[in-house]
Design a protein around this ligand. Sequence first.
Ligand SMILES: Nc1nc(=O)c2c([nH]1)NC[C@@H]1CN(c3ccc(C(=O)N[C@@H](CCC(=O)O)C(=O)O)cc3)C=[N+]21
Length: 278
Amino acid sequence: MTILDGRRVAEKVVAAAAADIATLARAPGLATVLVGDDPASEIYVRNKRRRCVAAGIRDLHRRFGADVTQDELAAAIRALGDDPGVTGILLQLPLPPHLDADALVSLIPPDKDVDGLTETNAGRLALGRPGLSPCTPLGVLELLDAHGIALAGAEAVVVGRSNLVGKPMAQLLLRRHATVTVCHSRTRDLAAVCRRADVLIVAAGIPGLITAEAVKPGATVVDVGIHRTPDGLRGDVDFDAVRAVAGAITPVPGGVGPMTIAMLLANTVAAARRTAGR
Ligand SMILES: Nc1nc(=O)c2c([nH]1)NC[C@@H]1CN(c3ccc(C(=O)N[C@@H](CCC(=O)O)C(=O)O)cc3)C=[N+]21
């Protein structure tokens, strides 16, 4: 059984991004936009900024109170979009409920959209054209590739259908010639579908959802979930039970999370190149 070590692979991706940045005429500038005071979001954004700064990215953080209006935030995102010194924009989700996240994401110029969340980038991914894709699914692929896990012709099952993870994950796996099934909360007999998977990717947001009976012996299991429990950080996969049947598995923490941040750096470099026309 192989542990898919996200921290180790992330180090390599970050080092490659830092080397790329050193060759650019001007360092990329990433605007992380954080609204409100959700403690988990604060930790994620702090980690993202720290890694970016260490790689030579200019940190253009913007912080707004939970009571910011849609119009104020829209004006701020438009200003970042117009600012040539800002080469990437990340709007941390979720937003407080009075804000329309879709409308705000739509204001991000597609070539500054380091999260790959705009309609343009989702469409580019669906059509197989070059663009920016979401960091978490990109990180999952990078982690699988680093461990030589074959995707062409493999049965891949994705649990979860969010715009940030499940849907783009399915698109990326299709692009890599996997046979892709997408499951969700209304799937009948989730365990039976998951058991077909050679590669099982779980992004459901439900702690411990995947137990050993849902995993084919020898399968690769990637856990995108992250939950703060009294026993510490846990994923969507019952790690201790599933590791006994899986051929390879990601830990939480130390699996997909560090890869997400590493791919943010890679996307920030790609976005800077796109906006500079290189
Ligand atoms: N617009 C947007 N883009 C995102 O990419 C995005 C988002 N919104 N909203 C929330 C999720 C969550 N996310 C994580 C990033 C890093 C870790 C990470 O570094 N995890 C560490 C543990 C860190 C800790 O929580 O202590 C690990 O798994 O080893 C986790 C989760 C990005 N997200």
